[in-house]
Design a protein around this ligand. Sequence first.
Ligand code: NAP
Length: 337
Amino acid sequence: MNISNLPTAKKLILKKRPGKDFDEENFEVIEDLAKAPEKDELLIKVDTLAIDAWIRTTLHEGSYHDSAQEGNVISALGIGEVLISKSKKFQEGDFVSGPLGAQTHSTMHAAAFNKIHNPQLDPEVNIGLIGLTSGLTAYFGLIDVGKVKEGETVVVSGAAGGVGIIVCQLAKVLGAKVIAIAGGPEKCSYLLNDLEMDHVIDYKNSNVENELESIAKDKIDVFFDNVGGDILDAVLDNLNTGARVAICGAISQYSDMKNVIGPKKYLKLAENYASMEGFTVMHFSEKFEEATQKLLSLYEEGKIVVPTHYENGIESFPRALKMLFTGGHTGKLMVKI
Ligand code: NAP
């Protein structure tokens, strides 16, 4: 391709900043000629976008991940193919991953992208397994923050989602006993019967506090928390001595970031000589390569599977984002462009 026949790009922009709730009305798809790349830039055809919880937080003002501005393209990570390269680092036809944005074509500085080395554009592997916001987050949260050891009891909230489903499997590979918390019988059955977790708790249809008390009273060594709120409190109530609580996220709180409800049971940390530590995957950037290789080996050995859920077309992006909060997917949620 050359700059005389640039494609038309579809872009998903923020039309109106939402309050606590959002729907498709807050967004708009516009069409525009793709921007010609300048020196050191790439024109990339977007293939697949990861639907990540942090995108929701950018819809608030003052977001940690840079707030979306009305009229601007919604942020998103993904993978795509280089159509035109004005950078020495990439060639046309290369496959790359990076912050492509919610659009069909993206023109950006090459420094923001990594080349995909495993042979072709496979979203299951490149986004679901070794993606920053899925497998790598799971890996560092469980191993570096949770410091899981063989024989320990690990609880995972949001266990059937993109991060949680990898955490559950990694914990089993490392010899831990896993209690997976997810919403609804279908997800719980998948975690229990297909992925062979030791226990599941359907938080939508049972009392998490009571369930934890009967399964693991005062025995939880590691809690990988994706959800926050009441589930965090229920787990804090049942910690073992020396337990580690890894705060990966708190999806139950993202609709109203100005009024986040913190844990009421935090004194249980003191009573149990336990710790609670937050992290983002970017705190571990120096170890990305090592973790990537380990995750790929486990996948190739068949020890980790990567369930995925696809929505199709840029128009489906707002609906897919909403799904993170209503729980209509199992595994890594993505939009195929
Ligand atoms: P995901 O788990 O694929 O989707 C979110 C899941 O959360 C939904 O499927 C839903 O599952 C559950 N959920 C939504 N609202 C809930 C509520 N009020 N109470 C309980 N469960 C609820 O999303 P993800 O992208 O993998 O992200 C999971 C978490 O990891 C998020 O908190 C995210 O912010 C965090 N994260 C952190 C980092 C980091 O660097 N620290 C990186 C990536 C992601 P059910 O059907 O089971 O309700």
